[in-house]
Design a protein around this ligand. Structure first.
Ligand SMILES: [Zn+2]
Length: 338
């Protein structure tokens, strides 16, 4: 999966979504970052050129810690993005076309910093002008908390790396303890959202309600599906790839990222149709398990498998713990045998 992080200034990427970037990078996703400005007004004791140079170097250090593989500086005017949205969108467009992101992380439109607010319309303009398939736009919070969110990501496992990346922006942390602020914020999110010790939260920004694209909301099945996706996010840990039995219909990659799912049957990463018999299904299950699949998830529209492929179902029941079973999903933990 290709992921793009849009930061109005150096350090927004680390503070807003540094933990989730680590989870993406550890998963093998390609993460690119674009800095709209280089924060050249953020260091009053240096000339703009010197400040820009210093902050770009700090951004590169932070990017290396987080696992970002490509960093681009657009060098639009710091503190004046509002007057520059057309030009900034033009500069961003070729990067979208190069990276073809399925997810873009960006600030939210209620942020108190006007450069952050301006970056939302810059991204929307650039996505509209580019020829790429519309990505999921996920808004992060920097120093203005989101009042509502669609996604809470448990970042406990990577919180130290995130802190290290934030502290790589040394010129900023010396002026203000961003590291302390985000530690408190992420701890608060973890407790309130019930998403582990430390969490980052995100809100879908593009014409969606609770993450459901407007076009899909006309379909009543989507609300059920959305509930199933939220449950998968709760039950399946972010670091574990899982088999999703969805008959190739869900196309949920953007909704469950940074989790990665494997279609079933699978060939070269793609959905490969239904198994002809139980023996094939069990063989393929074991192959994917050996390749790292930690869970198998059935959603309501594929509950019929549990009867039709009775041999597979009996095999799963006999070998692995069923950790979730309700009217939305059935999940087996493939990591240890019963
Ligand atoms: Zn900023």
């Amino acid at each position: 999966m290709n992921v793009l992080v849009v930061a109005p200034h150096p350090d927004d990427e680390s503070i807003g979504c540094g933990g989730t970037i680590c989870l993406h990078a550890d998963r093998g996703d390609r993460v690119a970052a674009v800095f709209l400005t280089s924060g050249e007004m953020g260091l009053t004791d240096l000339s703009e050129d010197d400040a820009r140079r210093m902050r770009e170097r700090e951004s590169e250090d932070a990017a290396a810690i987080l696992g970002i593989s490509s960093v681009t500086f657009l060098r639009r005017p710091d503190q004046h993005l509002e007057q520059d949205t057309v030009q900034a969108a033009q500069a961003l467009k070729p990067i979208l076309e190069r990276e073809k992101p399925e997810i873009i992380y960006l600030p939210h439109e209620r942020d108190f910093h006007r450069d952050h607010r301006a970056s939302v319309s810059i991204v929307q303009k650039a996505v509209g002008a580019s020829g790429i398939a519309t990505p999921a736009l996920l808004s992060y919070e920097v120093l203005t908390p989101l009042t509502e969110y669609d996604r809470a990501e448990d970042i406990s496992a990577v919180i130290r790396r995130k802190l290290k990346a934030v502290c790589a922006h040394g010129s900023q942390v010396r002026q203000f303890r961003y590291d302390r602020a985000l530690l408190a914020m992420n701890r608060f999110r973890g407790v309130v959202a019930g998403a582990g010790r430390y969490a980052e939260v995100f809100r879908f920004a593009n014409g969606s309600m609770n993450g459901i694209p407007l076009a899909c909301r006309a379909n009543p099945g989507w609300h059920r599906l959305y509930a199933a996706i939220q449950e998968i996010i709760k039950v399946v840990p972010a670091e574990s790839p899982f088999i999703l039995v969805d008959d190739g219909c869900l196309e949920a990659a953007a909704w469950i990222a940074p989790r990665r799912y494997i279609p079933f049957l699978e060939k070269e990463g793609r959905y490969w149709g239904k198994p002809p018999d139980d023996a094939t299904a069990i063989r393929e299950l074991e192959r994917l398990r050996k390749a790292g699949a930690g869970f198998i998830v059935f959603i309501r529209s594929t509950f019929w498998w549990l009867e039709y492929y009775g041999g597979l179902h009996r095999y799963l029941r006999a070998q692995f713990p069923c950790i979730q079973q309700d009217e939305r999903i059935v999940v087996f933990d493939l990591r240890s045998r019963t």
